[in-house]
Structure formats: C-alpha cells, structure tokens
Design a binder for this molecule. Sequence first.
Ligand SMILES: [Zn+2]
Ligand SMILES: [Zn+2]
Length: 282
Amino acid sequence: MSLRHFVDPSLFLSKIMTPPSLLTDLHMHSIYSPDGHHTPDAMFQRGLELGLEAMAITEHAEWHKGDAGFPRVEEYFHATLACRTKFAQQGLGVYTGVELGNPHIYARQAYHLLDEFPFDIIIGSVHWLYDINIHDTAVFRGRNLNEVYTDYFYEASRLCEEFPIDILAHFDRILWRATLLGLPFYPTQLEKPIRTMLSTVVRRGISLELNTRHLAMNPTWRENLTTILTWFKEEGGLGLVVNSDAHQTSQITLNFDIAETLLRQTGLLAITPEKLGEVTLA
Ligand SMILES: [Zn+2]
Ligand SMILES: [Zn+2]
C-alpha cells in the first residue's frame, strides 16, 4: 500500500517540499548520540509525516582521545528495533546504523563494535585531521589552505581504502568550516586528491553521500559541488545517497530540494537502501 494513505492531509505542504524521488534519509542522530536532541520514535514519526519510505538513525561512534565508542549502543538497538516494528505497520522502513569517525585509524575498536552489533548501515566519516576535529578552526591554523584540503581528501581516500563502509558521509565536510570562515575553495586546484577520493569510492563499491545539512549556505559552494559531482560521474559514479544528517526533527530532509536540483544537473541517481549493496535488514 502506498505511504500516501497514511499521511495526514494537513501535512501536504511539507510533503510537496520533499521531491518525490528522495524518499529516504539514512544518516541522522537521536538522543543516543551526544549531540542528538530527539528520541528515535520522534525522529521516525517526523519522517513518516514528511512522507519518507525509509530512514536510518546512525549514531556517532568515536574513539578519539579516549572517547568511549558508542556508549549506549544496547539502549539504541532496543529503541530502534521497537520503532522498526511500530513503523513497519505504517509503511516506513526503519534501519539501524552507525557513523564511525575515522574507523581506519581506530580499526580494532570499530571492528569490535561491528562484530558485536548487527548494524544495517555503516557510515564512515573523516571527523579528525592532524588529531584535531575538522570542525575546529585550529585545523587551518599555520597551514596552507590547499594543503589542508588535500590532506582531508587523501584521508577520506584512506578511510575508503582501508575500512569496509557502506557510505562515505559528507565528503565535502572540510568545506563547512572553511566556508564559515570565508576561506576560498577552488576545486580545479585540487582535482587530483578529489578524483583520488572519488575513484576510490567507486572502486570499493561505496555509496557517496550528498549531505544536505549546509547546502543552502553558499551558492558558490554549490557550483563547486556540481564540478566535483561531474568528476564523480566521470570516475564511474552512478548515484548519490542523499542524507540530511539531522540532529533534531526539524532538520529531517532539510535542503532535499537543493539536492534534487544537484542530482538533476549532474544526471546522478538517488541511491536507496536496497541499492546500497551490503545492506540487509538484521
Ligand atoms: Zn559526521
Ligand atoms: Zn552525522
């Protein structure tokens, strides 16, 4: 049965703001991440109201400088699997998942977590560069700008090469802070490290994420993204997995309309959970 039968007509306006081809959101955080604000139940309920057909809550697992991995993983599974049962009856597919911060550096701990818990979706993220959180301005301090970008894209390549993941999250994340700082970014000066990352993603069968969190921030950045996504296609990429990385209910599917435009401009397809390859329902 179509999901539309379950959507309250009063929610029609929010529904038409979500392009019809983007009906999944597979990267977000709930209260089981230190920076998440809402329960899994509240997140899935909002996604259902927005007309989504599949969602995954992918909590942080970090081991940097003594971080404890995924401290409440058992509670998370308990809550999420309860939601899977509840929301399946309403037409929403619920997937479990985790966002691993630099798992190639913390491989022993990351493999241990994955051995213990049957996550459906494994997201890999470069969150650390030079032992500094990449959202920290200190990443740029005392370094040539293009050197920082280059090191970031090679770090993402190493992650994809060395650790098995389903999705490479926010491949452009280094640009979030750079853009906020007003720092320039010229992709053509960085074509080699960017293409290395993109070709590694393709060769390793990893899905590239188009993270929508900051897509509205800077139009020039979007032009640069189009350039990078065109290169991705040239390297053999066929599709992107579009995710909001929501940390609260109001951010679910945020900027999906912009993502839809980027997909249209580049001719890339939207990847859905069934097409992620390794993804199976536990
Ligand atoms: Zn992240
Ligand atoms: Zn995230």
